[in-house]
Write a protein that binds this ligand. Structure first.
Ligand code: 23J
Ligand code: MN
Length: 263
C-alpha cells in the first residue's frame, strides 16, 4: 500500500469515526494548575490571564478577540530540550528549530493509574516498563512513552493536582533509571499527566529532576499535564503533540491530539 493510499484511507476513517481524535489537552485558563517551585527559586511561572481586546463592542464592533499573558510552561505543554541546562547545546532544541517529523508518533500508554491512586509518590521503575513490554511488546525508537496516572481527574482543583504538603509535592513520576531506559530505546519523548514530567519528589533524586535532566540532555521532549489518557489503548494510537513556533522558545502550551482506532 502506498503512503498516498494510506492517507486516503485515513481520511475516510476520520470522516466515519473509525479513527477517533481524542483530545489529550486540558483547558488553558486562569484556573489551570501551575507549578510552584520551592522558595529558594525566586521566580515562578506567572498566573495565566486572558485579556479581552473586544467582543462586538466599542473596541471592535464586529469581532471578538483576546490577548494572552502566560508562561511557556503552562497547562498541557511541551518541554523543548533547551528548557534544561543539560539540553542547552542542542541547536535544534528550541520550539522554532526542532524537527516536526518527530512530533507525530506512536503512543505507548503505560497505565499505572491504580498504583498512583494507592500511592501518590509512586515511581515508575525499569521493572515496571519491562512488565509493560512483556504484555504489549517493546517500546521502540520514535515512540511517545505516556505515563497514565489519571491525574487529569484532579485538574479542576489545583491543590488536589499539586498534592503538596510541608515536604513538597507528592505526585507520581519516573525513576532516573526508567527514564534512561526509555531514552536508550530511542523514544521521542515522555509524557506525564502531572504538572511536570518529573515526580513531585524528584528534586531529591540523583540527578535532580531526572526526566528533565536526562530527556533534554539527549534531545528528547517532555509533555506535561496530559489529559484523557484513559481513552487511549496501550498501543495503536498516534499522538500529535506540537509546540507553538515561539522564537527561541523553551516550551509551549499544546493541543495534544491522539488518533485512536475504534471498532
Ligand atoms: C522549571 C523548573 C523546574 C521544573 C519545571 C520548570 C517543570 O516542571 C516544567 O514545566 O518544565 S520541574
Ligand atoms: Mn515544562
Amino acid at each position: 500500500m502506498t503512503s498516498r493510499n494510506m492517507l486516503e484511507g485515513l481520511a475516510g476513517m476520520l470522516a466515519s469515526g473509525s479513527v477517533e481524535v481524542v483530545d489529550c489537552s486540558g483547558t488553558l485558563g486562569p484556573e489551570t494548575p501551575l507549578l510552584k517551585l520551592p522558595p529558594d527559586f525566586a521566580r515562578d511561572t506567572p498566573p495565566i490571564k486572558i485579556h479581552r481586546i473586544s467582543e462586538y463592542d466599542v473596541n471592535g464592533p464586529w469581532w471578538a478577540w483576546n490577548w494572552l499573558e502566560l508562561g511557556e510552561h503552562s497547562g498541557t505543554h511541551f518541554d523543548a530540550p533547551h528548557h534544561w541546562i543539560t539540553g542547552r547545546d542542542h541547536a535544534d532544541g528550541f520550539t522554532d528549530t526542532l524537527p516536526v517529523q518527530r512530533l507525530v508518533a506512536p503512543a505507548k500508554v503505560l497505565d499505572f493509574s491504580r498504583e498512583s491512586a494507592a500511592n501518590p509518590d509512586f515511581l515508575l521503575t525499569v521493572d515496571h516498563v519491562n512488565a509493560w513490554e512483556a504484555a504489549h511488546g517493546p517500546i521502540g525508537a520514535g515512540d511517545w512513552a505516556l505515563f497514565r496516572t489519571d491525574w487529569d481527574k484532579r485538574a479542576d482543583d489545583e491543590s488536589l493536582f499539586l498534592n503538596a504538603d510541608a515536604t513538597g509535592p507528592h505526585t507520581p513520576g519516573p525513576t532516573p533509571e526508567a527514564i534512561q531506559y526509555l531514552i536508550d530505546k530511542g523514544i521521542t519523548g515522555w509524557g506525564s499527566q502531572c504538572i511536570g514530567t518529573d515526580a513531585g519528589q524528584a528534586g531529591g533524586m540523583d540527578p535532580p529532576f531526572p526526566a528533565h535532566n536526562l530527556l533534554h540532555k539527549h534531545n528528547r521532549y517532555g509533555l506535561a499535564s496530559l489529559a484523557n489518557l484513559d481513552r487511549l489503548p496501550p498501543k495503536g494510537a498516534i499522538l500529535i503533540a506540537a509546540p507553538l513556533k515561539i522564537k527561541a522558545g523553551t516550551g509551549s502550551p499544546i493541543r495534544a491530539l491522539a488518533l485512536v482506532p475504534r471498532g
